[in-house]
Design a protein around this ligand. Sequence first.
Ligand code: CO
Length: 219
Amino acid sequence: MHGCTGVMIVMIQAHFARRCNRMSIAVSPPQYPSAPSLVEYPHPALRRVAEPITVFDDQLRQFCARMFVVMENEKGVGLAAPQVGVSKRLFITDHLRKKDTPERDPRIWINPRIEAAEGTQVYEEGCLSFPGIYAKVTRPNRFDIIAQDEWGVERRQSLDVTAGDFLGIVVQHELDHLDGRVFVDHLTPVQLTLIRRKLSDLEKAYKKSTGQVGAVLRR
Ligand code: CO
């Protein structure tokens, strides 16, 4: 059923576009950006705790479709709304994108929560908002994730990372983003030392392009 999500989004987009063409006036200011773009560390949006989504409408679904375009362009396996500057509890994944095949499994996760977490596993993670930085992160191994889809329907899924569910890494990483956490927050002081130079480079680039310091990680 999840495999249909991408096709459905395209159909929704086409439907929405036709409707917009008939309507000549804008009814209300857009809640979501029409052209979302990736923000990188130390952009402060990455540190905000995101708000729950309560309205499951065409605007939301069209925003999800636009997030998939951003994720595809950036060649990511996951993207959270705060990573495009939108402080809402929503992320998207396509964990099969990792493999070098045309296989895809696009999914939308809204207001997600994790229950019954147990065990630990270690996996080398990266993040589109931290280009060029990779580090091993320890997280729970088995857990249930409960989330709504783009229609507001809630589903529960059990994941077991060491049993082969790479998706279990992705959803934990993305859920962190909704709480203003990023993967480098999980690192030990020694691990942080190893990526210190790359973090500094991102901080300098951010200051150069925005004139702001941003939400700099203390280390
Ligand atoms: Co990330």
